[in-house]
Design a protein around this ligand. Structure first.
Ligand SMILES: [Zn+2]
Ligand SMILES: [Zn+2]
Length: 398
């Protein structure tokens, strides 16, 4: 019995590192209605006074779990809670696991004194540290995903979130029936994540090239050396994911505007951490939107806008698919370059409204894509452009 419970404590670590309330809710359901879990009917019921099996606790945990599932689909809400979460998760982990321990195994655990420490607390303490560590790792991994797909244009964030929800639910059932398998599976999954992340960082490092004038390593898309400002001989083009392309840049001006559209320094190519329009690059000290300026940027975006809205009219003749392709292209090439300079979170309700608006246009676009797609792009383009110019003017007035 005590071995099974130790496995339960260890196995619930990865579940709590992903979600705060969902595993707690599943555990509470399991403890309250063990008879609905085949083969688990003979599990010792929790002691009478356990609060976790009370109805109101179940209801509250259920509501919190639903809010958590919905909230995690929004990048804004995720950003809001991501730092508090790494502390809240170990706490809930402790509360639930204290309740999961039945009296018999508590007795066994208390008998096994380990170097004068109570084994139960050693195990729970270890579990809390692990939950905190894994939750922090997960937070970094999500930030890394957001770096690649900042506005969730490719739905990476959302797909990841759904995967986590299902992992927690299936993981819980797996844990109930096969704790060891589950611990192994998660161990492997996390090892793969860590290796991929390390490899990505290493790849970026390897792509850096030494400046011919001072020898410092520069990003492959750097126009000028971040250190000595010397013009770089081989400037690589940048792809839509912000990756290095093998082709070299011919039009430097165009390349600088493209770097700006990725919110990267137009001189040294570093990522700009702040969404401010007028700022100084942390890496080379270059003033952003000085050269090229805001007007050059607007013109650059407008040119893309004419091309894409024209193309969307033609694409619109293909039912459904035409509208979807147009909308994705407009998001990536037209809206994101403005949105990257607008602070996150402020546009939450705007985004909600836009989702509804997109859906309505999608319905219209099923049959009349050649009308719906261009109108959709034109309306949204001007909303984002207006927000951007308003912010640029406010910024320069200070
Ligand atoms: Zn240099
Ligand atoms: Zn720079």
């Amino acid at each position: 019995m005590s071995v099974a419970q130790i496995v339960t404590i260890l196995g619930s670590i990865p579940l709590f590192s992903m979600r705060t309330f969902l595993p707690a809710f599943l555990a509470a359901i399991f403890l309250t209605y063990p008879e609905y879990f085949p083969g688990m009917g003979d599990i010792a019921p929790p002691s009478e006074g356990t609060f976790i099996t009370r109805n109101w606790v179940l209801v509250v945990l259920g509501i919190l779990s639903i809010l958590e599932i919905i909230g995690d689909k929004s990048a804004d809400i995720r950003n809001l809670v991501k730092n508090a979460e790494t502390y809240l998760k170990p706490l809930i982990f402790l509360v639930i696991n204290l309740n999961l321990l039945d009296e018999a195994s508590v007795e066994v655990l208390e008998e096994m004194q380990w170097a004068a420490f109570d084994l139960k607390w050693v195990l729970l303490g270890f579990g809390m540290l692990m939950v905190h560590w894994l939750a922090s790792l997960r937070r970094d991994f999500i930030s890394f995903l957001e770096d690649i797909d900042e506005d969730d244009n490719f739905y990476m964030g959302r797909i990841g979130s759904w995967m986590e929800d299902s992992l927690v639910i299936f993981g819980f059932f797996l844990l109930v029936w096969a704790g060891i398998v589950m611990v192994t599976v998660y161990g492997l999954a996390i090892a793969i994540f860590v290796v991929l992340q390390k490899r990505y960082v290493r790849k970026l490092e390897k792509q850096k090239t030494p400046c011919p004038s001072c020898g410092n390593l520069n990003l492959p898309f750097a126009v000028n050396c971040y250190h000595c400002k010397a013009l770089q001989p081989n400037i690589h083009k940048i792809g839509i994911f912000g990756q290095r392309k093998s082709a070299l840049v011919e039009d430097v001006r165009q390349h600088q505007l493209k770097l700006l559209s990725h919110r990267k320094c137009p001189s040294c190519g570093s990522k700009l951490e702040s969404p401010a329009i007028h700022q100084k690059c942390n890496s080379c000290g270059n003033l952003i939107f000085q050269d090229p300026g805001v007007n050059d940027y607007l013109k650059y975006q407008d040119r893309k806008f004419y091309k894409i809205s024209g193309l969307s009219f033609i694409l619109g003749f293909i039912p459904v698919v035409g509208f979807v392709i147009s909308a994705v292209m407009a998001n990536v090439y037209l809206f994101s370059p403005y949105r990257r300079y607008l602070p996150k979170g402020t546009s939450f309700f705007t985004k909600l409204w836009i989702k509804f608006f997109t859906f309505m246009f999608f319905l219209l676009g099923v049959a009349l894509g050649f009308i719906a797609a261009p109108i959709y792009i034109i309306l949204r383009y001007f909303v984002w452009k207006k927000k951007f110019t308003a912010r640029a003017e406010r910024g320069s007035a200070i």
